[in-house]
Ligand binder design. Structure first.
Ligand code: PXG
Length: 442
């Protein structure tokens, strides 16, 4: 093994995102390369990627077809303006994304990230209502514990307190929130969707009563909340949200930044749950994270209303320098090609019962108070260490990393969401490592 210190550059200039900077810089974890299911760190240690990076490398690392597509693209057309100009790849990628969205959502707007997709979807909702003479519909309804990225729109409709606190005086003005659906008393150790809690969607009727439907533009929720600790929709919940929004002419936005592209064993959570929203936000797995990319899939009538009602000229005053970037578009096309050729969504679906069984085998393990799962996602909630919430998961994360397994954690919940190519023995390694680490944790 090489001298450890020599593999680590000066760390001081970089202000790291969502990181305990001081602690990290004392004990850095630096990754050097990745292939398939594994990272290799700067010391040459192999680490099983149980989190698909940050829920994004759904087809596994270092896919040759994606590498080839990106390198071909960069040597042919490195960049093309997307405003009043185009290039074929953007139109092809939009058609390829539209082809796997729920029926009717076949208009695609490209962004570079999930946060941008959320802001884009919120703006399109406003533009749509305005285009129909309902410009007074400006209110958004989000949900407690929702994560919709870090733009001002996203943190306003989001419900993760620390993400809002420092900016609380500058959030969007007209926002309200539904309660979250997490309930250990009724639903602990549910396999898949919990039975209790569908009625929580009826709160939306109360908010509609309070604010009046004529002021509400859209409801935005993650069909399955990932970042807040793998919170599943109770049975019937999403269906009720759909029925209530439809009844009142309110748009329903599903934030599928982590659920789309096979995570639940289908192209989208909308398809998996059989509930079709009006807009879907996408990112992450859309390009297998090889080039930053995001998108919004939009119901055709919404698109048509905005486009057709505008005066001559630009119809929607919104877009990014890198919307439809040629490298991202090449990556999207290659990624969707892999998903289709290797039938990775069906693979995830088939593997899900095995994954569920392995996750729930942790029941009875020290500290474990709940296990939640769906598709290739599992959340393992631990009892808080008295006076130190989140300390156990932080220690479990570090020890598992030292033993060659990468996890995510949020609060007292460990989250795993492996690439859809994971093998059965790797599922055993993943949950086996978690079990042995938890058994020794104080
Ligand atoms: N919406 C949802 C539902 C997300 O999960 C975003 C929007 C924002 O995407 P960008 O690309 O702007 O980061 C996300 C991002 C985690 C974790 O471990 C989750 C995300 C990002 C980083 C870590 O839970 N989700």
């Amino acid at each position: 093994m090489k001298d450890k210190a020599s593999n680590i550059p000066d760390l001081s200039s970089l202000w790291m995102p969502f990181t305990a900077n001081r602690k990290f810089k004392q004990h850095p974890r630096l990754l050097a390369s990745a292939k398939g299911m594994y990272y290799t760190d700067v010391d040459g240690k192999q680490i099983l990627d149980s989190t698909s990076g940050l829920w994004c490398v759904n087809a596994g690392h270092g896919r040759q077809e994606i590498i080839d597509a990106i390198s071909r693209q960069t040597s042919t057309l490195d960049y093309a303006p997307g405003f009043q100009m185009g290039h074929p790849g953007a139109f092809q990628a939009a058609a390829a994304v539209a082809a796997i969205m729920p029926k009717g959502l076949d208009r695609i707007f490209f962004t570079n990230s999930g946060s941008e997709s959320v802001d884009t979807a919120l703006k399109i909702a406003l533009a749509y209502h305005r285009s129909r003479g309902e410009g007074q519909r400006t209110r958004f309804i989000g949900r407690e514990r929702g994560y919709h990225g870090v733009g001002f729109g996203g943190i306003s409709v989001g419900g993760i307190t620390p993400n809002r606190k420092a900016y609380s005086g500058a959030l969007l003005p007209s926002v309200d929130h539904l309660s979250h659906t997490h309930d250990l008393e009724h639903n602990a150790f549910s396999r898949g969707q919990p039975a209790w809690g569908g009625h929580l969607a009826d709160q939306l009727e109360e908010l509609v009563n309070l604010h009046d439907a004529s002021t509400i533009a859209a409801v935005i929720v993650e069909p399955m909340a990932g970042s807040a600790g793998v919170l599943l929709p109770p049975k019937g919940y999403l269906e009720r949200l759909r029925a209530i929004t439809e009844k009142h002419g309110i748009l329903l936005i599903f934030d599928e930044v982590i659920t789309a592209f096979g995570r639940l064993g289908a192209a989208t959570a909308s398809e998996f749950f059989g509930v079709t929203p009006d807009l879907i936000t996408l990112a992450k797995g859309i390009s297998n994270a090889s080039v930053p990319c995001g998108a919004v899939a939009i119901r055709r009538e919404i698109h048509d209303s905005v486009i057709d009602s505008a005066a001559d000229g630009i119809e929607l005053f919104h877009g990014y320098t890198y919307s439809g970037h040629p490298l991202a578009m090449a990556a999207v096309l290659a990624t969707l090609g892999i998903y289709e050729r290797d039938k990775l969504f069906a693979r995830a679906h088939k593997l899900a019962p095995r994954f569920e069984a392995a996750a729930h085998a942790l029941r009875g393990t020290r500290h474990v108070v709940d296990i939640r799962n769906l598709g290739l996602v599992a959340g393992i909630e631990l009892a808080s260490r008295p006076g130190a919430p989140g300390a156990r998961t932080a220690e479990a994360f570090q020890t598992c990393f030292d033993r060659g397994v990468l996890l995510r954690y949020t609060g007292d919940t460990i989250a795993v969401s492996p690439p859809l190519i994971i093998e059965e023995d790797q599922i055993d390694q993943l949950f086996g490592t978690i079990k042995s680490v938890l058994e020794k944790l104080d």
